[in-house]
Design a protein around this ligand. Structure first.
Ligand code: AMP
Length: 425
């Protein structure tokens, strides 16, 4: 627990070299806390969200464990399994494994849905040391007898709370029932709802528990601002902000897929380079958009919560909440995109009358008041003076106006085609 440098950990030289290449100097708190126990082959439950360095916290000890092994893999078997909720996250974890495992010559396979299964079947055929998978596709592969989990020695369940939110809990239980009883199990979750605690109790043996940066403290690293603006002016405010030179690499969050598409259309029309990612986009399109933002080919990525989960892009200058999420946890996840591994960023939330109650709720969760910026040209006194309504009422009201807007938009598209329809909100 007293390690301060990566060189203090007893990693094999190949891993030490790979870490040096990444340029990381000091381990993050979750790494300092978790790595010694994981090297000892202990079960571990980690309360940490993305941005804390948790991937390296589990990847480095696992790679170290695999490094010393003789490579006698049985056909279709996986020696370790990392289960993660989204395809983006799976790809990112795989990138990390490649980076840290450079020089170890390990076999790795990725299994996620939305793409052809054939290449995944082939990559599993000769057995792999590391399998990174999303639950649905993994079950598919298991049912087709294309992979066996009989010899899994290390099982990592990543973002367990998100798995629960996305309805994967039964899939996960099915997968766990196919794992051998003797294994190392590691569970990471940003929050610990009761169901996750129960799952952890049923599958971990005498686990070490490490907690880092509960959402409230992560939020403190981000400069947060609320802008009070009527929904009808949100697009103008967005354009205004994106015209400023400091808004270099921005993620804009919308509540719905349609919202994301509409914002993208408005920005495209205004020659602001952007891509939208959400559940209706193909896996390849989503990955391409993320790459475009990383490479600086686009200024703005517009995303829904699920699509953006786990996205790891360095140097995001601003996160803009075009809509305020009604779940405080989502807010914390969103703004976490701009404060990754110690860097600081700015998160701006566009708030209309109904959304004031969501902000109120968020402020309770993060235990701080978010300052209101009244100096922008679309500041609304009406929103400022509106009384707080209950969260339930606010949700119902937003639902209603979203549906109305969506129907109107659909009708306009029918009449005028997409170009004209896109000018409408
Ligand atoms: P994660 O929480 O695993 O999503 O990691 C968040 C980001 O932190 C990724 O971009 C990692 O590459 C980066 N990272 C992980 N460990 C360190 C470290 N010790 N020092 C600096 N950056 C790190």
């Amino acid at each position: 627990m007293t390690n301060k440098l990566f060189t203090d950990f007893p990693f094999v030289p190949e891993i030490q070299n790979a870490i040096k290449k990444t340029g990381y100097e000091t381990p993050t708190p979750i790494q300092i806390q978790a790595i010694p126990y994981l090297l000892d082959n202990r079960d571990l439950i980690g309360c940490a969200q993305t941005g804390t360095g948790k991937t390296a916290a589990f990847a480095l000890p696992l790679l170290n464990k695999l490094a010393g092994r003789k490579k006698n893999m049985a056909t279709k078997n996986a020696q370790s399994l990392i289960l993660t909720p989204t395809r983006e996250l799976a790809v990112q974890i795989a990138e990390n494994f490649k980076e840290y495992g450079l020089g170890l010559n390990l076999r790795m396979a990725l299994a996620y849905g939305g793409v052809a299964i054939g290449p995944q079947i082939r990559s599993l055929h000769d057995g792999v040391e590391v399998l990174i998978a999303t639950p649905g596709r993994l079950l598919d592969l298991m049912q087709q007898n294309k992979v066996s989990l009989k010899f899994v020695e290390t099982f990592i369940l990543d973002e367990a709370d998100r798995m629960l939110d996305m309805g994967f809990i039964n899939d996960i239980k099915k997968i766990i029932s196919n794992l051998p009883r003797t294994r190392q199990t590691i569970l990471f979750s940003a929050t610990m709802p009761k169901e996750i605690e129960a799952l952890a109790n049923s599958m971990l043996i005498n686990p070490v528990r490490v907690d880092v940066a509960p959402p409230a403290t992560t939020a403190e690293k981000v400069e947060q601002i609320v802008m009070l603006v009527e929904t009808a002016h949100k697009r103008d405010l967005l354009r205004h902000l994106l015209g400023k030179p400091e808004f270099k690499r921005v993620i804009v969050f919308t509540r719905t897929k349609h919202g994301a598409n509409r914002v993208a259309e408005v920005l495209n029309k205004n020659k602001i380079s952007c891509d939208a990612i959400h559940g209706n986009k193909s896996q390849n399109a989503r990955l391409r958009s993320i790459e475009n933002l990383k490479a600086g080919k686009i200024q703005v990525l517009i995303a829904t919560d699920v699509a953006a989960r786990g996205i790891d892009i360095d140097n995001i200058t601003h996160v803009i909440n075009y809509d305020i999420p009604n779940v405080a946890e989502s807010y914390v996840h969103r703004i976490g995109r701009t404060a990754r591994a110690g860097t600081e960023g700015i998160a701006i939330s566009f708030c209309d009358v109904e959304e004031k109650s969501f902000i109120f709720d968020i402020e309770k969760t993060i235990k701080m008041k978010i300052p209101v910026d009244k100096k922008h040209p679309y500041h609304s006194v009406k929103v400022e003076q509106a009384p707080l309504i209950s969260k339930g009422k606010a949700k119902a009201q937003i639902e209603r106006t979203t549906n109305e807007r969506h129907n109107k938009y659909r009708k306009l598209r029918k009449v005028f085609g997409s170009a004209k329809g896109s000018t409408r909100k």
